[in-house]
Design a protein. Sequence first.
Length: 716
Amino acid sequence: MSLSAKPVEDLTVEEAAEELTRLAAEIAANDERYHVADAPVISDADYDSLRLRNAAIEARFPDLIRSDSPSLRVGAAPSGAFGQVVHAKPMLSLDNVFSDEDVRDFFTSVRRFLSMSSDEEIVFTAEPKIDGLSMSLRYEDRRLVTAATRGDGATGENVTANIRTIAEIPDRLPADAPDIVEVRGEVYMRRDDFFALQQRMAESGQTFANPRNSAAGSLRQKNPEITRSRPLKFFAYAWGETSEPLGTTQYDVVQRFGEWGFPINDRMERCRTIDEILAHYHQIEEDRAEIAYDIDGVVYKVDRLDLQERLGFRSRSPRWATAHKFPAEKAFTELKEIDIQVGRTGALTPVARLEPVTVGGVVVVNATLHNEDYIKGIGNNGQPIRDGRDIRIGDTVIIQRAGDVIPQILDIVPEKRPRDSVPYEFPNRCPACGSHAVREEGEVVRRCTGGLICPAQAVERLRHFVSRNALDIEGLGEKQIEFFFNADDPALSIKSPPDIFTLRSRQENSLTKLEKIDGFGKVSVGKLYAAIEERRQVEFWRLLHALGIRHVGETNSKRLARSFVSFAALRSVAESAVAPVEKGDDGNSSWQEINAVGGIGRVVAEAVVDFFAEEHNREVLDTLLREVTPLDETPVPVSSSPVAGKTIVFTGALERMSRDEAKAMAERLGAKVAGSVSKKTDLVVAGPGAGSKLKQATGLGIEVIDEDQWFERVKD
Ligand code: IVH
């Protein structure tokens, strides 16, 4: 019997892997014919059975699910099929809150940031959070010129031709609209339209899991005529770049969008108190089933735009808005197995393998188990969770899925526990390299100590090293990294980052030629070398991020780079830093210097210092720095800001803003905010009650101004 005809239950692991490879290729080829060429060559029933077989094998062998699995795609064109658009203003996401209590905290944090007392009124808007995909529509001279998806927030995909087919989106704006305006909102599909489309498409074998995927898939068609045939809709609720202010409140601007012809949500309301907001939330929640489209929560926004501006943004989301999500959906299933994954930083994470079950329209096969305490029934604070019930293989579990969050196991059903089940024993060795896995005091996570020798970490480290927001080496994707890592030939092997840069010279002296190997042609090898060469000089923050230091992601790398300017400077300070050992001890001056970087706290500082203290790391770094030169950061003065590049100290009581706001404002304008006065201080902003810092500043001849003068100076 040929492999493709063998029943799924009889497949061995090797056969299953082979079948998944074949199916991925075959389904992709048919998708391409269907979507791009619009000319399917197999019957819909045959196509369906390919997908079904793929899904059945994946359900039986979840470990084998491929990164290019057809089940992870929804028949959409591959990414890269559209041009890219750099957003004039980033498209951010929203913070989430889940309980009434969290909403109160959000209100308090807004007030605190604005230094407003609880009797001063702050009006919020409250509106449904549409479960679709966000879109930025750019109008120049009142004509629609570009429509872009959110993408990674900074760059999206150009889907203008497809957006033009949506009747609800105006192609032109009336005369009172500014010359430049980016109207932002959500493209979505109504549930009834989605079901009708499902029926229509079922005959052709193409289906989507839910209205959101359906909207996304419909928008990502190469042929706009296909998009035109799909019932897409739009709500306007936000904006990006504008050549002039659109109004003074969130509510009024959205009403204006309505006047310009955009659909706006009729459930948006202005609320004056928390009670009003919560009442509106619970009303929408109650009406959820009657609302014609999927929503997953309610979004609250500070109404006054001047306050929005003062509140500003965190790295990924505005401080002036939050999404109050509806409670997650739940389902029961059986826990088949617990696997341990080793992360890039060596953390051992237990993953539950489940009997596949549908939750909220999505098939769930894996769920996170967080850490070993969680399995034992102990929460992060050391207190019992689930009344202390542990989780065992064979248990019937209750799982929950909320939005895009990884599904979680909430509890078990004690009555259904098999009699012979035993408590799960968490491994104390790394499943990838066999090194000891230790759990530091006060930590919930157990980590592999194998560092650079651990293959799980090494591949992950390499992958991270070359990834988009790190060294960004094109042509070194996941597959290639795996290949080079597993290659035994010394002329091909890449085990750690410096090896990437010696690949070419090793190749020149070798008989095993890369271009002869399956998957690498002459052209692609040439491109790969060029991409590597290009990165011999690299921005400081990218290199720092690429090192994979704990807690040092893109944002913190940029903060450190901006502050230290050169990699060597950061390294030398980090290597001489001594962290405080006991209470009252402040650490040495190098330690304080790292700590003084805006946004860098003790935990991050410790991770940086620990990294440079580790001899293995220093060795690899030295080898790497023979190949790669990190470029000094050119301080980017915020255009014409009078405080750009200056070091500022705020002291005494501030009356017009909170400390946090003052700091955020100064940083936004390109200044560095320090906690203490030194020779390096350029400016001291002193409020009433300023004491020793003010004295020091006067002693050192540093300029001192008060809060009013500060506002005078920074106003545009
Ligand atoms: S406001 C600066 N309002 O939710 C943030 N977003 O989780 C502007 N979304 O990417 C977003 N309904 O795609 C806003 N009424 C609404 C929304 C909404 C859905 C989406 C949007 C955003 C995501 C964030």
